[in-house]
Design a protein around this ligand. Sequence first.
Ligand code: A3P
Length: 299
Amino acid sequence: LLGVQVCLCPCPAMAREYFTHKGVLFPCLDYSPEKLSYVENEFQVRDDDIFNIAYLKSGTNWMLEILSLIRCDGDPGWVRSVLNWERAPWVESQLGLEAALKYPPPRLLCSHLPVQLFPKSLQRSKAKIIYTLRCPKDVLVSLYHFSKLLLLFKDPGSLDSFLEDFLSGNVPYGSWFDHVTGWMGLKGNENFFSITYEELQQDPWGSVRRICHFLGKELSEEQVAAVVENASFQSMKGNKMSNYSQQRDEFMDHQNGEFLRKGICGDWRNHLSEAQSQRFDTVYRERMSLGCTQAARGQ
Ligand code: A3P
């Protein structure tokens, strides 16, 4: 009997272990090949779904907060009373999928899945996709710190070895390069909107207005200001529904740092050596020119 139950307990054998699904790494804890296949092949995307999608550490939770607040016309009542992962579950995790299937429409959902593993039913739907990108060197540094905190992920080891893992896609959810080139292949589709973490930082008001426009939701200046204010780094850090302080101890080592770490652009300059930065640039040039060519050909 035990053998057929899904194990979500912190078994030492599963914590910090990965499995490979279609060439992409996933944590053993809270993920399974069966559920990933179900999500890809059977999960039904609805026309009124809004998907918040990003590679890890690219501002997914910031966008989740912005979308939650836009849904409530800037009123912070919902973001202060309901946990963020319940407001917008991650469809690919076992617990997130359960929550997504019970979610009364219109659904707000999150995903870090690369495009090739995303529900196929997206193609026949009018669901809206918001894709957030971030400077990959900042993603690398943020993921390095987060991997020490999140007990689903392996300890990252030295920054030098983690840099190589990141560049080769040997990290959960796979390669940043594949993720970005894959999703950006949807650019130009009327239901696809992309924005960068850096744009959100530089012009939060303009960014929120653009997101509202994409969603067909016009807010007043006061409501836009309320969205920006309540989704700020400081507001989220002080909100236990958004700062992951309520995450279970078996998922997160709260002694080892905070989810809302720095929230700035360019922190990689404080961590990467000149040689590490150049190594990154070399692979970036190779991978992005190849990726853009493949995306342009629709491959
Ligand atoms: P840092 O580790 O660089 O601080 P994700 O939500 O995709 O996991 O991304 C997490 C990163 O976004 C973290 O980056 C986190 O601090 C940052 N972040 C979260 N909310 C933010 C906000 N309101 N403003 C700026 N950065 C935010």
